[in-house]
Ligand binder design. Structure first.
Ligand code: NAD
Ligand code: ZN
Length: 248
């Protein structure tokens, strides 16, 4: 067995409070493109940041167009080997929480309870008023938008309605960030998977775990700025690697 795989297997065996932190890379094998890989979403669509979404109707329209186009991919996506390997460690009681930057809900579909998935960048399966936080279902918005791309407006307060995801430039969700910090503090092994670890403040979370004494493993095809702090770096494909180390 290669040395990095042997080390990873050993760490997983030795540790009891494993926290997994995932980025878009874990879902590419489910057919959802990530942001920063060649051919990823970043090359095709520059992200619309929060201030642009607020100030420009055209940006809001473009954002809903992309959202509904992406839904045809998201609604068909299923958890892959990587998600299932994490879920099996969770079911054995060793993974205590999954912190994810993803908005695709695939950890929940793989069998991890809602309360144990901490979504630091929100969720794309529903929408909210930015002012009064009233919840809106996507089917309702799709219907409105289908009428000449009419933008949804809050029925309670006329506020702007946006998917319940966190855009660049938007404030992070306070409760989820707190939960993520507590989970990181309480872990003995912190595994960052499929994230370029450049999106802050989410990318700070692995460092918090490390500073509080957890061992840090990074599994990603490409180098990340946190590699120098990690106890182990695996530059490998996610699905096969997690499948291998959880079945060995
Ligand atoms: P990123 O695109 O910046 O980085 C993904 C990393 O995963 C890259 O470094 C890439 O090399 C690696 N990777 C991709 N597929 C891999 C594989 N099969 N095996 C090994 N490595 C692989 O993603 P990020 O760090 O999560 O930041 C992007 C932001 O965009 C996130 O905050 C997230 O909110 C959002 N996003 C979410 C989704 C989703 O929900 N699935 C998809 C795209 C973007
Ligand atoms: Zn409102």
């Amino acid at each position: 067995m290669d040395a990095d795989l042997a080390d990873f297997t050993k760490l997983i065996e030795e540790c009891q409070k494993i926290v997994v932190f995932t980025g878009a890379g874990i879902s590419t094998e489910s057919g959802i493109p990530d942001f920063r890989s060649p051919g990823g979403l970043w090359e095709k669509n520059r992200p619309i940041d929060f201030s642009e979404f607020i100030s420009s109707e055209e940006a809001r329209r473009e954002s809903w167009r992309r959202k509904f186009a992406m839904d045809s991919v998201l609604s068909k996506a299923e958890p892959n080997k990587g998600h299932m390997a994490i879920s099996s460690l969770y079911k054995s009681g060793r993974v205590t929480a999954v912190i994810t930057q993803n908005i695709d809900g695939l950890h929940q579909s793989s069998g991890i309870e809602d309360e144990d998935v901490i979504e630091v960048h929100g969720n794309t399966t529903y929408a909210k008023c930015l002012d009064c936080h009233s919840r809106y279902e996507l089917d309702y918005i799709r219907e409105i938008f289908a009428d000449n791309e009419t933008l949804p407006i809050c029925k309670q307060c006329n506020g702007i309605v946006k998917t319940a995801t966190i855009s660049f430039g938007q404030a992070m969700p306070v409760n989820e960030m707190r939960q993520a910090e507590l989970a990181a503090y309480d872990s003995d092994l912190f595994i960052a998977i499929g994230s370029s670890l450049v999106v802050y403040p989410a990318a700070e979370i692995p460092l918090l775990a490390k500073q509080r004494g957890a061992r840090l493993v990074i599994l990603n095809r490409e180098p990340t700025p946190l590699d120098e702090y990690a106890d182990l770096v695996l530059r490998r494909e996610i699905g096969d690697t997690l499948d291998f180390v959880t079945k060995t």
